[in-house]
Design a protein around this ligand. Structure first.
Ligand code: FE
Length: 378
């Protein structure tokens, strides 16, 4: 049996079909306009009139949710938590680690590797810190911050089953050229973040990605455009954004969208343990966090990750900037799949994985399909 969804508004990644069909098993078999559709004997049809179908979201920066943090280093819990993200429309996930002791980071990397071996959603690991700037630490615990060490990263890459694909680092904190070369040779994208680097320092670095643009970095100044300005200005540099309405003001989100354009932006959640749980006390990197009014903060008031769901980020981006849904799709999956060479993800075209989200007209997630398996939500 193959499934066919008919009469849907389908976003294929770079394009859209207003009244279309999509035929799939574990991968996409065909997609096109309804006028070109003919039912095959093996087809099991469902009419999705009034619904949108978009590629499954790809979150490259998130520490956890649903009571679990990757730093708990529990493979079973990490895998279960990842499946809960289906309800937000996420089908690909890069578990993100935090600035911690070597022992804790190593335990987390091993656990994520184990989780990834049993969970098809995990597509890589994002190592956030500890090679960052103390001055721009945000919610990363200062005592474990240090200068970039190539030997340590090599060891971690091995322990993780070669799954590290993204590293947040501060290029200005030391001699990093060998470290950067190793990353480039090993498919690890270099992301400037928790960094006070100047534009000139970044031009000399090999960073091609910016961790949570505007947060935890040297911001825009008219004589020194810093990390944020570098991210906005340079073609070939992708920027992550936490569009929850708290990490970046609506106006700044709009300014970034107008200057950078949808092709250079990747929505992330940067979610922490408390996402999906009632508000109250939680924890991040061994520090107490209070979640109130959809904001997670340390006792000093610093934002400590988010409790943002991906579908809310998707909706907020359209509300704040007036961007088209096609552009929101690009910022939610297509761009990530391109940058990280996820060859079968981020598009709903033949031979791509059947990873997709069915949204109703209010953009509520009704179904998330992972490798052809349908998960229904209310
Ligand atoms: Fe961060």
């Amino acid at each position: 049996m193959t499934k066919v969804y008919t009469n849907a508004h389908i976003f294929t990644g770079e394009g859209e079909i207003e009244n279309g069909y999509i035929r799939f098993s574990d991968e996409i078999i065909g997609v096109g306009k309804m006028e070109h559709y003919t039912k095959q004997v093996e087809d099991e049809e469902a009419d999705l009139r009034g619904h949108f179908i978009v590629p499954g979201f790809i979150d490259v920066h998130s520490h956890g949710g649903y009571g679990v943090d990757n730093m708990d280093a529990d493979a079973g819990k990490i895998s279960d938590m990842t499946y809960k993200m289906l309800e937000e429309g996420i089908t690909s996930y890069f578990p993100t680690t935090m600035t911690q002791s070597d022992e804790n980071i190593e335990a987390a990397l091993k656990a994520i590797d184990k989780a990834a071996s049993m969970n098809p959603m995990i597509q890589g690991i994002h190592v956030e810190g500890p090679f960052i700037s103390k001055k721009f630490k945000g919610a990363q615990p200062e005592e474990y911050i240090r200068v970039a060490q190539l030997d340590t990263l090599k060891k971690w890459q091995e322990l993780s089953g070669e799954r590290i694909r993204l590293i947040t680092y501060a290029p200005e904190t030391g001699e990093v050229s060998e470290f950067e070369e190793y990353c480039q040779d090993n498919d690890i994208i270099l992301s400037a973040g928790h960094s006070g680097a100047t534009y000139k320092q970044l031009k000399e670095s090999k960073a091609t990605h910016i961790t949570h643009l505007f947060n935890g970095q040297l911001g825009l100044h008219h004589r020194e455009i810093g990390v944020s300005g570098y991210g906005l200005l340079e073609d070939g540099v992708s920027v992550e954004m936490i569009v929850d309405g708290f990490h970046i003001s609506e106006e700044m989100v709009k300014l970034a969208y107008k200057t950078k354009g949808a092709d250079g932006i990747q929505l992330i959640t940067d979610a922490m343990r408390a996402k999906g749980y009632p508000e109250g006390e939680s924890e991040l990197g061994g520090q107490k966090v209070i979640v109130k009014d959809k904001q997670a903060r340390l006792s000093n008031g610093s934002l400590a990750g988010s409790v943002l769901t991906f579908i809310d980020a998707f909706k907020n981006m359209m509300t704040f900037t007036g961007c088209s849904m096609l552009e929101a799709v690009k910022m939610s999956s297509f761009n990530q799949a391109k940058e990280f060479n996820l060859a079968s993800k981020g598009q709903l075209n033949p031979s791509f994985d059947a990873d997709m989200v069915v949204l109703d007209e209010d953009l509520t997630v009704k179904q998330t399909i992972l490798g052809g398996n349908i998960n229904e939500f209310n």
